[in-house]
Design a protein around this ligand. Structure first.
Ligand code: SF4
Ligand code: SF4
Ligand code: SF4
Length: 234
């Protein structure tokens, strides 16, 4: 089995909450670290003890030696009943910071309006809690005493991964559109500046100042175009 196949197999048995509790930016990065860098399979609290078993089994089938009786790494957190986020509508100020933090687009709302969590989409990752400036998000357990994979299904993991990728695609599209918008704005400014210069009615100081502005704007256009092209090739 090559490294990519191993990474795929490990990723497929991770819960896909994208909570970052393992110390990696997302589930896929942790799978890659286990496949390529020797990371141990005991860093995922949402998967819990059952998750450690599933990951260990795949790693050992690939020939990896693991320490016996691996327990969840305490620095990553604890195995717990799965919570979902709940927003207090009386306190929410509609700042949108929680939307920006949610890895699976489980929060809906607009600027200066109350925000709501789609509980079916919420993975219980906790990532929306720290950014809230008015502490109006609480995490509420919804699986009684069921924890880890007893509180989460393979189907939910597949859906969460798709939502995470959908969000990444959306953010890339938004960045691309923004770069294009900035580039067009800068081109319009450059055109206006060229027309002023072309009128020939300017002092030496004005000519120097306009040349300085032209250089800055031309560099901004190049940067925006480069960023837009980079997004296109992803
Ligand atoms: S569910 Fe959280 S802790 Fe587990 S692999 Fe994914 S990001 Fe890491
Ligand atoms: S609503 Fe909060 S806890 Fe739920 S998935 Fe989004 S960021 Fe995570
Ligand atoms: S971060 Fe808090 S205050 Fe801001 S929109 Fe979200 S829930 Fe409301």
């Amino acid at each position: 089995m090559n490294s990519v196949e191993l990474c795929n197999q490990l990723d497929d048995v991770l819960p896909q909450t994208q909570c970052t509790k393992c110390g990696y930016p997302d589930c896929r990065s942790y799978a890659a670290a286990m496949a390529d860098e020797g990371a141990l399979p005991n860093r995922c609290p949402p998967g819990g003890a059952e998750g450690i078993k599933r990951l260990s089994s795949i790693l050992m089938m690939s020939g990896r030696q693991l320490p016996p009786h691996l327990q969840l790494e305490p620095e990553c957190g604890i195995e717990r009943p799965r919570p979902v986020a709940l927003i207090d509508p009386k306190t929410c100020i509609g700042c949108t910071l929680c939307i920006q933090a949610c890895p699976v687009d489980a929060i809906v709302g607009a600027s200066k309006q109350m925000h709501v969590v789609l509980t079916e989409w919420c993975t219980g990752c906790d990532l929306c809690v720290p950014p809230c400036p008015v502490d109006c998000i609480s995490m509420v357990s919804v699986t009684e005493n069921r924890t880890g994979w007893d509180a989460w299904s393979a189907e939910q993991a597949v859906l969460s991964r798709a939502r995470y990728h959908g969000r990444e695609d959306r953010l890339e599209r938004e960045e691309h559109d923004n770069n294009l918008r900035l580039s067009k704005k800068a081109e319009a400014k450059l055109k206006a500046l060229n027309e002023t210069v072309g009128s020939g009615d300017q002092s030496v100081e004005q000519a120097q100042e306009n040349e300085r502005k032209r250089t800055i704007i031309a560099a901004a256009i190049e940067r925006a175009k480069f960023a837009a092209e980079k997004n296109n090739t992803k």
